[in-house]
Design a protein around this ligand. Structure first.
Ligand SMILES: [Zn+2]
Length: 128
């Protein structure tokens, strides 16, 4: 039985978007209560009735969340040499999570980054 499951995480971080035009509010340092959703697609194991233990997802994703929590994301990008986080848009944050998690999380389908209550970005490898 095919299923798509998801688990949410949250972290508090500052960022600024250096490539926005001068005077744009996002070019100034500011913070968000970011929330991310990790979506995993696959077949339910007929023996256990589950696709993957939510606890296993937490164990894999939490170290990444901890790297960003209560940090300025641009600083993380500079210090760790991560190009996507040097310009930490929701789009780039979503791709970074996806790229980092893909080798460890079989069936990873997409990452959703909520920057505010009304703004979100979903990243998948392809939308076809
Ligand atoms: Zn922002």
């Amino acid at each position: 039985m095919p299923v798509l499951i998801s688990k949410k995480f949250r972290f508090e971080s500052a960022h600024y978007l250096p490539k926005m035009p001068d005077g744009h509010k996002c070019k100034r340092l500011h913070g968000h209560s970011f929330r991310i959703e990790v979506h995993v697609l696959g077949e339910t194991d007929p023996q256990t009735g589950i696709l993957i233990d939510y606890g296993d997802i937490k164990q894999i994703v939490s170290p990444l969340v901890k790297r960003l929590d209560h940090r300025c994301l641009n600083d993380v990008g500079e210090e760790e040499g991560i190009e996507l986080l040097k310009n930490p848009t929701s789009e780039n944050i979503a791709q970074w999570f996806f790229d980092e998690l893909k080798p460890e999380l079989e069936g990873l389908y997409s990452i959703v980054v909520h920057e505010t209550c009304t703004s979100r970005c979903e990243y998948r490898e392809n939308f076809s």
